[in-house]
Design a protein around this ligand. Sequence first.
Ligand SMILES: Nc1ncnc2c1ncn2[C@@H]1O[C@H](COP(=O)(O)OP(=O)(O)OP(=O)(O)O)[C@@H](O)[C@H]1O
Length: 288
Amino acid sequence: MNQGISTTPVSAGQPLLVAQGLSKRFGGVQALKDVSFTIEQGEIFGLIGPNGAGKTTLFNVMTALYVPDAGSCQFLGADLTRLQPHQIAQHGLARTFQNIRLFRSLSALENVMIGQHMRTRAGVLGAIVRDRRTRAEEARIEARAMQLLDYVGIAQRANEVASALSYGDQRRLEIARALATEPTLLALDEPAAGMNPSETQVLRTLIEKIRADGITVLLIEHDMKLVMNLCDHVLVLEYGQVLAFGRPEVVQRDPRVIEAYLGQGAAAELGVAAGDAESGRGEGVPHA
Ligand SMILES: Nc1ncnc2c1ncn2[C@@H]1O[C@H](COP(=O)(O)OP(=O)(O)OP(=O)(O)O)[C@@H](O)[C@H]1O
């Protein structure tokens, strides 16, 4: 079912985002070092790695919260690293945050309506005078926000304040708010963190639906079952560098990934052993 959440035509397999040579240092810490990769249109792209590997720094560089020391990130005809943070969503990239960032005292509906504010044409004067055009725009924004709450499965909570929602519902509300900016690429920073198994299952279904509706998804996640079941490609970072890249079934068997991140226990849980795959070494480091 496509409820019209995306307006961008999808050409599956075409490059959508091309990151080249991204580097970022904080004092003595090299958080990112020469990171290059390509996200294809229509895919779910996973980003994994141990704590401190540089995943959030990479998200922050891609969304212009940090200026990289070197490198570029081409996306829909612009270098994201040269934009201002407020231009990122207008440009078609929306994100959620590891630590949920909702307006806690506003209702779920209002939170999603705020996500659409950049599309509002009426402006401040219109909001004060509340002319016919402003009222029509407000009605349209509210109807769209309700549609998005329904899309993520929490329409029945529309009028509850965000802080009263369960943790899983707050995360889904964050996704609805990000979708309100009508992104081409949706970046989710640990969306399953703190979720119980049934909430994670609902999240998985939602992410699959978002992709099926034409939005490309970038996913940082520590839940390996979710990553390996959902993603088309997985990029593994370690100490700010690309350790491995490839299809999940290959990456999860890569001895370097098992040693640096998954551990033998997690690999066994996923039903794999190091070197099971033909190559045993993923698809190597991607070059954009
Ligand atoms: N604003 C900052 N100032 C100084 N150091 C930072 C800053 N942000 C990140 N770092 C450092 O950069 C490195 C990468 O951190 P980052 O948060 O990107 O890793 P991560 O892979 O997202 O980790 P986690 O899985 O724990 O969220 C770490 O050593 C971290 O301490």
